[in-house]
Design a protein around this ligand. Structure first.
Ligand code: UD2
Length: 314
């Protein structure tokens, strides 16, 4: 995006959203955040309190976005780009409340796409998830393998991808779906039992409290630093790459056991590492194939885990 543009970031007060907003504003764009503050926080955007480039509108994306955006476009002109991150983010909640998950996650995507179609938006970038894959046997996981989501959350993310493709193909709305692997970094909320493991371990290690590993800790994940994820989002937001679906990961995996040891070591204190029974339905190994990310979007998630962990712990 060579010229300053008006970009909407749904879920812009959240963990990934607020970092995306930082990057877009730093690049000179005008940003509108749509967030219902169910998990997002105003504090995540406090650094822009004095900026006239940021507008925050409290809004449930799952209920539609036309009314929320009307006053903004009346003032600043049409929305050109949308990053759609607003979502119900818990896989476990989606199992307990599949209908709610569908309304927020799939319904929210349809509202965004309808707006994009009606308003001539030039690009919609959607936060999909590795949850669309389910259990896989071949690593690294390539985008074109058989998809078998194992939760309503994964089904709604996959349905959203289909909707993106449909709007691109039939209505000419340029779209890109990014399948995030395990994203971590500053501002990730550690307070829920289903928060990202790095946010939980970091929080506990800093306080010298025990780190609890579910199972033997041999399970692996592809942990990608939020700064690298934001580079992928901003690249996808430019022209081109319509109908692209790309993994966003590092292409590396690390076991939860090794992760726990590394975090304790970086904290320099003596948090004990303990074990609890493995989570039911847990996938054992995860690692992204990252050729598309590199070749189509020109992004290599290059932040080394120790550097990303240091930034998170700080
Ligand atoms: C991730 C995503 C989830 C969904 C899923 C799809 C995050 C935070 N979650 O779930 O939204 O996309 O992938 O497959 O990115 N663990 C511990 N101790 C703890 C917490 C976690 O041992 O206190 C383990 C956990 O059992 C798992 C690993 O750490 O093996 C990662 O857990 P997670 O909840 O951060 O992410 P994951 O991969 O289950």
């Amino acid at each position: 995006m060579a010229h300053p543009t008006l970009a909407v970031v749904t879920g812009g007060a959240g963990f990934i959203g607020s970092h995306t907003v930082d990057k877009l504003i730093a690049a000179g764009h005008r940003v509108v955040v749509l967030d219902n503050f169910s998990t997002g926080k105003r504090a995540n955007l406090a650094q822009h309190a004095q900026s006239d480039r940021l507008t925050i509108v409290e809004c449930d994306v799952g209920h539609g976005i036309f009314a929320a955006l009307a006053p903004v476009t009346a003032k600043y002109g049409p929305v050109e780009r949308i990053v759609h991150l607003a979502a119900q983010v818990s896989v476990v909640s989606s199992v307990a409340n599949p209908m709610t998950d569908m309304q927020i996650n799939y319904g929210g995507t349809l509202h965004v796409l309808e707006y994009a179609r009606a308003s001539g938006v030039k690009k919609v970038v959607f936060a999909s998830s590795a949850a669309v894959y389910g259990e896989v046997t071949t690593l690294p996981v390539a985008e074109d393998i058989h998809l078998q989501p194992m939760s309503p959350y994964g089904i709604d993310k996959l349905s959203s991808e289909y909707a993106l493709d449909y709007y691109a193909n039939v209505h000419g709305v340029p779209t890109t779906a990014l399948r995030f692997f395990n994203v971590y970094g500053p501002r990730q909320d550690p307070t829920s039992p289903y928060s990202g493991v790095i946010s939980i371990f970091s929080d506990r290690a800093k306080a010298g409290r025990p780190l609890l590993i579910f199972g033997d800790g041999g399970q692996t994940r592809d942990f990608v630093f939020v700064g690298d994820v934001v580079r992928a989002i901003v690249s996808a937001l430019g022209d081109g790459n319509s109908r692209l679906i790309a993994n966003v990961g590092t292409g590396q995996e690390i076991s939860v056991k090794e992760l726990a040891r590394t975090i304790v070591e970086l904290c320099g204190n003596k948090s004990p590492i303990q074990h609890a029974p493995a989570r039911a339905g847990e996938i054992l190994k995860s690692r992204a194939r990252v050729d598309r990310l590199r070749d189509q979007l020109g992004v290599v998630a290059e932040t080394k885990l120790v550097d990303g962990l240091r930034a998170t712990l700080a």
